[in-house]
Ligand binder design. Structure first.
Ligand code: MN
Length: 241
């Protein structure tokens, strides 16, 4: 057995509905601008430009329940409800027609975003990492296996804050459906078992405040409810004088 010089980091994983076994998470890929109405609200033309991707560290994953911290370095902390795809079988150059056979299951997650840092990054042509890949930036609900729910291609996707409707969409409105996303992604990297894909968010994104109750879900898949912790973590910013 391999010996390590420090304690081996924990394996991030997702719960599975109705099972004790867990889904080990390898990488988290996210799709930008995959619903036309959200592309428009962010100031972009929703014509079918090829999908683009960014990543979050796998240990950014947390259960979408209980308290979620308000992160450091931001004053514009946004929610983005998304369909999450869990890859069970890896592959390269996967054809869209074969893509579904690589999927283990689905759930709903939230791509938490430091929107002010994202706007700064876009303006200066810098990476999105601190906007998207911060600690605990990827709450997700327990997975549903394909064996139980098949491959949902339509169904409402929604998010409320304090009971007020904020995001309303339908999976059928994705610019790039899941099989195309998998195909594109598998040309850029060898997809591996355990990879998760956050597949983009519908319109209505907005800011969260400490104490907000965030609920949401996807019809036929799963729901979630969490609260933004009442004390912001380190409200100071390193970039301000
Ligand atoms: Mn997103």
């Amino acid at each position: 057995m391999t010996e390590y010089v420090i304690a081996q980091p924990a394996q991030p994983s997702l719960a599975i509905v109705g099972e004790d076994a867990r889904f080990p998470v390898r990488r988290i890929f996210c799709v930008g601008r995959n619903y036309a109405d959200h592309a428009r609200e962010m100031g972009h033309d929703p014509d079918r430009e090829p999908p683009f991707f960014f990543s979050k560290p796998h240990d950014a994953l947390i259960p979408a329940e209980g308290e979620v911290p308000y992160p450091s370095l931001t004053r514009d902390f946004h929610f983005e409800v998304e369909l999450v795809v869990a890859i069970g079988i890896g592959g390269c150059d996967i054809a869209p027609a074969d893509a579904q056979s690589h999927i283990w299951g689905y759930t709903v997650g939230v791509d938490l975003t430091r929107r002010d840092l994202q706007a700064d990054a876009k303006k200066s042509g810098r990476p999105w990492d601190w906007a998207k890949g911060f600690d605990k930036s990827a709450p997700a609900s327990p997975l549903l296996p394909v064996s139980k729910i098949g491959h949902p291609e339509s169904g409402s996707i929604w998010l409320d804050v304090n009971g007020e409707p904020r995001q309303r969409g339908d999976l059928a409105d994705q610019i790039w459906p899941v099989k195309d996303i998998i195909s594109y992604l598998s040309r850029a990297v060898a997809l591996q078992p355990g990879d998760l894909i956050f597949t983009g968010t519908p319109a209505g994104v907005g800011a969260l405040q400490p104490g907000d109750v965030v609920t949401g879900g996807i019809e036929g898949i799963n729901t979630f409810s969490f609260t933004i912790a009442s004390t912001p973590r380190t409200p100071a910013t390193i970039n301000e004088k």
